[in-house]
Design a protein around this ligand. Structure first.
Ligand code: CU
Length: 133
């Protein structure tokens, strides 16, 4: 063993360990999803009706819904399901009694498609398409 290899080894081993750790850590950083798109939607409930019959958001976006319930002493909410059959719940907002506003936040489905939104207590009257593009 010459002088140089005796010197290199104690320096080289920690460096090798650092490089191995970096190799393990870096790919997991690389697959992190890019920053979510933020979307803000206004939704009003008045006279047992929503002010819109469709809400469109980008796939996987972070959705903020400014919900305004204008019906005095009536509880409304926003809930999003895979379909009107409600097999899969995407988001179920807290019921609020009007007149009151609430801010709901949730993530849109990653898969584009036409989903369903409604007010849970009045689903037959208050409903629409939740479209993910
Ligand atoms: Cu309602």
């Amino acid at each position: 063993m010459n002088f140089m290899s005796a010197i290199k080894y104690p320096i080289g081993l920690p460096l090798l360990i650092i490089m191995m750790l970096a190799a393990i850590a870096l790919p997991s950083c690389a697959v992190e999803p890019s920053a979510k798109e933020n979307v803000t939607v206004g939704l009003t409930a008045e006279d047992f009706a929503f002010n819109t019959s469709n809400i469109t958001v980008p796939a996987g976006s972070h959705v903020t819904v400014n919900f305004d319930n204008q019906d005095s002493n009536v509880r409304h909410n926003l809930a999003v399901y895979d379909s009107a059959a409600m097999k899969e719940t995407i988001f179920k907002g807290e019921l609020i009694s009007g007149p009151k506003t609430i801010v709901y936040t949730f993530d849109a489905p990653a898969k584009p498609g036409t989903y369903h939104f409604q007010c849970d207590p009045h689903a037959s009257m208050m409903k629409g398409e939740f479209i993910v593009t």
